[in-house]
Design a protein around this ligand. Sequence first.
Ligand code: GAP
Length: 457
Amino acid sequence: MRPDVLETLVSLAKRRGFIFQSSEIYGGTGSVWDYGPLGVELKNNVKARWWNAMVRERDDVEGLDAAILMHPKVWEASGHVSGFSDPLVDCKACKARFRADKIQDAQCPRKPSKKPGEHTDCQLTEPRQFNLMFKTFMGPVEDTAAVVYLRPETAQGIFVNFLNVQQATRQKVPFGIAQIGKAFRNEITPGNFTFRTREFEQMEMQFFVEPGTDMEHFERWKQARLDWHLGLGLDRDRLEFHQHTEKELAHYARAAFDINFDFGGSLGFQEIEGVHNRSDFDLKQHQEFSTKKLEYVDQAANKRYLPYVIETSVGADRVTLAIMVNALREELVPGETEGRTVMGFHPALAPIKAGVFPLTKKDGQPEMAEALAAKLRKKFNVFYDEAGAIGRRYRRQDEAGTPFGITIDSDSTVNNDVTIRFRDDMGQIRVSTDKVIEVMASYLDKDHVTADSKLVG
Ligand code: GAP
């Protein structure tokens, strides 16, 4: 079993400004998190990478940004009003709530070594269904006619816009629609940091295909999505496919695989993405509930049909957490007693790409370093730091996952060159100032940041 690093990560995330608890000064909001300066850069990089892979680098997937609030009938058609619920058990003694189907994994709040129901005080109710959608009211009148929901998934915004996008872009089936956006679920048992939260972001893509061709598209997307996760630098042996069994399979799904990541500790392998063959269920439901025809007309073949949908659905927060867990290393440094903490992010995802450091605060070094930082900022997110010993400055950037440390010393001002220090092996090379951008750019596609022997002068 891999070690449990979540506790270390939660404290590093707060200390370094990746992730803070929401409304912390008021005691925090249950399972809602805020991304700080480093976290928002990291998550934005993840989202940009997904958007590029899905939309920009393909000509058969279009982008969309649908609203969070949708017509309430959408959620009747999708089945969320009647079926998006978990069985809930209350304890009348301690007021805690548990998912009935997960009660074996839960702890009694009064005695964590016992399960709910095992303590003499426990008074568990019978399970009842608890709908996970957040309800609110549209407009000034708070009555049942004004009820709307915060969307529990982004997918429905895609289904209801299927024909709008198809007709506006003149795409032909097979084609897809992708979007990134917030989703909300009133989870009964959120937890494990940002793993399961009540407000989160999804990156979903629905690929519309002709019935009969669905399984071949499904297999292709399954592989493409695993490859995408590997491209983020997630270790191969921490990733696995989990095929949904008959019992797990949603009633409308023809096939479903999760991509699981090993978070370590007792959490272990957990879903980060789902790849689903949803048949024509969603379009059929929306066609029936809206009474609007949603068929695709294939003029060349002179036929019309409701396409099947292959869905890929990944949580932006959950995959960002996986990236952080995968990146965290605590290691010894040869010749040093303290060791170091490193976030070994893929360079393309790293929130800060380079730290720029004048070795001393004199002899024109800060001026040269600031000028270089300003030049680099046009291309990369860089951080200028002149405070403290150079070793401490390197360590701070190791914790932030910054791939390159660029140091300006007394020779730099004479020779117009700098030292680049590489995060992963702490190797150093000397390059001309004019070459810094080129060297940094050449590393952005690599998984690891080690000094290239060809460059070491
Ligand atoms: N449209 C299909 C759908 O929403 P899902 O398996 O319920 O499928 C897809 O969710 C992904 O969204 C999950 O793999 C996970 O990454 C993320 N996700 C779901 N619930 C979440 C929660 N409460 N907190 C964080 N991420 C969540």
